[in-house]
Design a binder for this molecule. Structure first.
Ligand SMILES: [Zn+2]
Length: 135
């Protein structure tokens, strides 16, 4: 059995555990996991107002993930474009390590070459298999 000497409550290292990163971020967990679709599906042209608080905290989390500067002045429509571009980035080291760890536990080969969005989905499904608390 895997018995970490000092780990997070998910059995990983808090320094890179992706689940911990989401929990620490302060972002709405459902949004950070990509479970909630946007409340506002109107045409971007009609979304020139500021971001909602939920969208702003989600974008701030993604900016931290990629060590980019968070721009609070983005409009709602602009923030949606930035979020999409982050999801298409290659997965982070935190995600890769979390994916590897969880894949090992369930006896699967860890996938490589995923995007951030794909890795997040994969981690979420592995978390579900393991019954880990994620959100
Ligand atoms: Zn953790």
């Amino acid at each position: 059995m895997h018995t970490p000497v000092e780990g997070c409550l998910h059995g990983m290292e808090p320094a890179w555990c992706f689940l911990c990163r989401i929990e620490r971020s302060g972002a709405d967990p459902g949004t950070a996991w990509g479970l909630k679709t946007r409340d506002d599906e109107r045409d971007p042209e009609d979304r020139r107002g500021p971001m909602s608080l939920r969208q702003a905290s989600y974008l701030r989390f993604l900016c931290e993930e990629f060590e980019e500067t968070f721009d609070a002045s983005l409009t709602d429509a602009e923030s949606a474009i930035v979020v999409e571009s982050f999801l298409d980035e290659p997965m982070t080291d935190s995600q890769a390590r979390t994916l590897f760890f969880l894949s090992q536990i369930v006896g699967m080969e860890a996938e490589t070459g995923l995007t951030y969005g794909q890795a997040r989905t994969k981690i979420r499904s592995l978390v579900a298999i393991r019954g880990l608390k994620s959100a």
